[in-house]
Design a protein around this ligand. Structure first.
Ligand code: LFR
Length: 491
C-alpha cells in the first residue's frame, strides 16, 4: 500500500503522520509516526522559532518511518503562515526566524498606512490587517538584511528547500504575506516597491499538488531516510485544514479551523474584497485549486493554552473543559480579538485585568478562567457567523469545526447554541488529512476535492451538535454586557 506522509507543524506541536488509502472501504487511515513540541523563545527581547530544531525533528520522524518499515513515500509539509526566511546567494539563512507574535510589528500597520492607505492594500491583496502579516514584518525588518536577501521564502518553503534544494513560494502560504495582488495573481509591484524589494527576491509561485522531486541523495545517505517524493502540500496549515473539511457537496457550510487560532470562514471561488469585508476584517487567503478562504482570525485556543501553561500544565484540556462546565455561564466575558491577548506577559492576569476594567468580577479560579474563555469564544463565533452570512449574502446551514478544538464538547455545544446552527465536529486531524488528500490527488489516487472530502468524512467518526434553547433572561443580560465590552475593544 502506498504511504503518504504529512509533516504538520503548528505553533505548539509538530507531527509526522502516515496516511494510507483503503480504496474498498473508501477511507484514509492515519497513523502518527513522530510527535514533537514547538514554541517560540525569547532572545534579547525578541521571539524566534528554532527552525534547525524543527528540521532535525522532521529527519528524526523520517528515520522513525523507515524503522517502521516505510521504504518509500510521498511527503507534504505544512506549518503556520506569515513567518519567513531570508536566504543569501549561497542559500544560507541570513537571520533567525522571527515568530509572528513578536512585539516589533505592533505599530507597523499605523506607520505603513501613512504611506499607503489600508483600503488600497486591501483592494490589492484582499488580506485582513493583522499586525504580524509578512508585509508589516518585512516593513520593520533590518534594511541591510533585506537588501542582501537573494530569496525570501516562507517557513515551509524553507523546509522543502532544505530537503530538496528547490526554491519555491507556495501560494496558500505566500498569500498570507499580504503582498500578492488578487487581480494579477502575482506579487504586487507597488507593495514590493514600498518595501524596497524586487520580484526576483521571491521564488516561483507554486500551487499545491506540484511534484518537487525526491529528497536530496546526500540527505538520504547521511541519515538513512526512506525514498520520499516531495509533493507541494497546501503549506499553510489552515489551507490544509480547510481542504480536510468533510463537507458534503451542495450544502451551505462554514468552518472553524480550531487550534491555536480559530479561523472562521467559508470557501469561495472568487475573492470578496469589498469595503464591508475590510471593515469586518475578513481575509481572502488563497486556497487549494484556485479557491479562496474568506475568513477571520479569532484568538482561539491560544488563550486557554496560555492559561494552562501558566499553571505549569497542571490540568489537561479535558479537565479544564470539565471545570468550566461546572461554572455558571456568562459571568466573565472578554473581547477575545483585542490585541492585548496576542502575546501578553501573563494571559491569566490579562483576562483578569480586562474583567476588572469592564466592571465585571475577576475570574479567580481556573474553572472560571476556562469558562470565561469558552463563553467569550462562543459569543465571538456567533457574531462572526452572523457577519459572514451578511457579507456573503449566503445562509449557512452547517458549521464544521475541525482541528483540536473539535474534541472540546463544551465549546462545540456552546457554539451550536449561541450561533443557533448545526455543528459537525471533526476530524481533529483535518490538517494532516487535507495535506495527505492533496498528495493523493496529485498521485492520481483521488479524483479531486469532492471525492477527498467524502472519503475524509468517512474516515473518522464525526460528532453532531444541534442548537439547544438558551435560557432567555440569562442570555439577554449576557448579550447586553457583551455588546458593551465589545464597544470598548481596542483593535
Ligand atoms: C494557524 C495560522 C493562521 C495564521 C496564524 C499565523 O495556525 O496559520 O491561519 O493566521 O497561524 O500564521
Amino acid at each position: 500500500m502506498k504511504n503518504y506522509i504529512a509533516v504538520d507543524i503548528g505553533a505548539s506541536s509538530g507531527r509526522l503522520v502516515r496516511g494510507t488509502l483503503h480504496q474498498q472501504e473508501r477511507r484514509i487511515e492515519l497513523q502518527e509516526i513522530h510527535r514533537f513540541s514547538n514554541a517560540f523563545t525569547e532572545t534579547e527581547g525578541h521571539d524566534y522559532w528554532d527552525i534547525d530544531y524543527l528540521f532535525a525533528e522532521i529527519i528524526k520522524g523520517l528515520q522513525q518511518a523507515k524503522k517502521e518499515g516505510i521504504e518509500a513515500c510521498t511527503l507534504g509539509i505544512d506549518t503556520w503562515a506569515v513567518d519567513y526566511v531570508l536566504l543569501d546567494d549561497n542559500g544560507k539563512r541570513i537571520h533567525e526566524v522571527y515568530a509572528y507574535r513578536d512585539g516589533r510589528t505592533k505599530d507597523a500597520p499605523d506607520r505603513l498606512h501613512r504611506t499607503i492607505s489600508r483600503a488600497e492594500v486591501y483592494s490589492r491583496t484582499g488580506i485582513q490587517e493583522l499586525p504580524f502579516n509578512t508585509l508589516y514584518q518585512l516593513y520593520v525588518h533590518e534594511d541591510d538584511q533585506l537588501s542582501q536577501a537573494a530569496k525570501i521564502i516562507m517557513v515551509p518553503d524553507y523546509l522543502y528547500y532544505r530537503l530538496t534544494g528547490k526554491l519555491i513560494n507556495e501560494v496558500t502560504n505566500a498569500s498570507t504575506m499580504q503582498l500578492l495582488n488578487l487581480a494579477e495573481r502575482d506579487f504586487d509591484s507597488k507593495l514590493l516597491g514600498l518595501l524596497g524589494l524586487r520580484r526576483e527576491q521571491f521564488g516561483k509561485l507554486t500551487e499545491p499538488g506540484v511534484k518537487l522531486g525526491r529528497i536530496s541523495p546526500e540527505l538520504q545517505r547521511q541519515y538513512d531516510l526512506p525514498d520520499c517524493e516531495l509533493i507541494v502540500a497546501p503549506t499553510h496549515d489552515t489551507a490544509s485544514a480547510v481542504a480536510g473539511v468533510p463537507a458534503q457537496p451542495h450544502t451551505s457550510w462554514a468552518y472553524i479551523s480550531s487550534g491555536t487560532w480559530s479561523l472562521l470562514g467559508v470557501e469561495r471561488r472568487t475573492p470578496l474584497n469589498t469595503a464591508e469585508a475590510m471593515n469586518a476584517n475578513y481575509t481572502n487567503e488563497w486556497g487549494v485549486y484556485g479557491t479562496y478562504r474568506f475568513l477571520k482570525n479569532i484568538m482561539g485556543l491560544w488563550m486557554i493554552q496560555e492559561v494552562r501553561r501558566e499553571t505549569q500544565n497542571a490540568y489537561s484540556f479535558a479537565t479544564l473543559a470539565e471545570l468550566a462546565m461546572r461554572e455558571k455561564p456568562f459571568q466573565h466575558l472578554v473581547p477575545c480579538n483585542d490585541q492585548r491577548f496576542l502575546n501578553p506577559r501573563s494571559m491569566t492576569e490579562e483576562i483578569r485585568a480586562c474583567c476588572r476594567e469592564t466592571g465585571q468580577p475577576e475570574p479567580d479560579t481556573i474553572g472560571k478562567l476556562a469558562r470565561c474563555i469558552f463563553d467569550s469564544l462562543a459569543l465571538t463565533y456567533k457574531d462572526s457567523i452572523q457577519e459572514l452570512q451578511r457579507l456573503t449574502d449566503q445562509r449557512i446551514d452547517t458549521l464544521h469545526i475541525v482541528g483540536g478544538g473539535a474534541n472540546n464538547e463544551l465549546l462545540c455545544q456552546l457554539t451550536a447554541d449561541m450561533a443557533e446552527i448545526e455543528v459537525i465536529a471533526g476530524p481533529s486531524e483535518a490538517t494532516a488529512l487535507g495535506n495527505i488528500a492533496v498528495q493523493m490527488i496529485s498521485s492520481g489516487q483521488l479524483q479531486g476535492m469532492e471525492e477527498a472530502r467524502g472519503i475524509i468524512g468517512n474516515s473518522v467518526p464525526l460528532k453532531r451538535y444541534e442548537p439547544r434553547p438558551i435560557h432567555e433572561e440569562e442570555m439577554d443580560a449576557a448579550g447586553a454586557r457583551w455588546e458593551q465590552i465589545k464597544a470598548r475593544l481596542v483593535q
